[in-house]
Design a binder for this molecule. Structure first.
Ligand code: GDP
Ligand code: MG
Length: 200
């Protein structure tokens, strides 16, 4: 033992890309507060993003990112772009933690391509994904289910957070607070998953 693990956190779609910042901030804060478990220091973290929104990617502090081309509303094109770039980004990683809102137009196309590619290069995957509200329409819900079922087959760990569960709290909590609470669960998943995979 003693070798460092390289853990890559991969934000997919606009939601996933934005959440990377919260994860980085929390890791940094924990390190400053010394609440980061010491063994975590033996691991290295890298952050990557994939989206088709240039503005979202530009504000991201990810090491590297993939900007999907405008024509990338076709699954085969997306798969090609993802496969090439993903190897470059996370090819040396010991594990990848995926963060995404699975019902997003971009995310629902990119997630299956990521799962396939990681399986091919035999890199373990953990994932935390958000399901859309039912009121966003059945297309999004179905797309999310399909993407999540692909992740389920190959991920070692999967956490699904369902936006529909927020509806019951909305009579005593504003939406932004409910979203913030779910954001904290996303961050918590990544940090606690990383803690379980430290090198002793
Ligand atoms: N919990 C939560 N869900 C969100 C938030 N913003 C967007 N979503 C969900 O994310 C989905 C869109 O994902 P997004 O990553 O923006 O789409 P993509 O970039 O096209 O993949 C929506 O259908 C919502 O269900 C948020 O702040 N919190
Ligand atoms: Mg987007």
């Amino acid at each position: 033992m003693g070798d460092k693990l390289l853990i890559s956190v991969l934000g997919v779609g606009s939601y996933g890309t934005k959440k990377l910042q919260m994860i980085m901030d929390k890791m940094q804060k924990n390190a400053q507060d010394n609440t980061f478990i010491s063994s975590l220091h033996s691991n290295e973290f890298a952050f990557y993003a994939i989206d088709n929104d240039k503005d979202v990617l530009n504000t991201s502090k990810a090491q590297d990112s993939l900007l999907l081309s405008d024509e990338s509303n076709q699954e085969t094109l997306v798969a090609q772009q993802v496969e090439e770039k993903l190897r470059q980004m996370v090819g040396n990683s010991d594990l990848v933690i995926l963060v995404s809102a699975a019902g997003g137009n971009t995310s629902s196309m990119v997630i299956p391509a990521i799962v396939e590619s990681l399986n091919e290069i035999k890199i373990p995957l953990a994932a935390v994904v958000v399901k859309p509200f039912d009121f966003e329409g059945s297309k999004r819900s179905v797309n999310a289910e399909i993407a999540i079922s692909k992740v389920e087959k190959l991920a070692t760990t999967l956490k699904v957070l369902d936006n529909n569960n927020l509806i019951s709290v909305l009579n005593h909590q504003p939406l932004n607070e409910a979203f913030a609470q779910m954001d904290r669960e996303v961050v918590e998943f990544v940090l606690s998953f990383a803690e379980k995979h430290f090198v002793a």
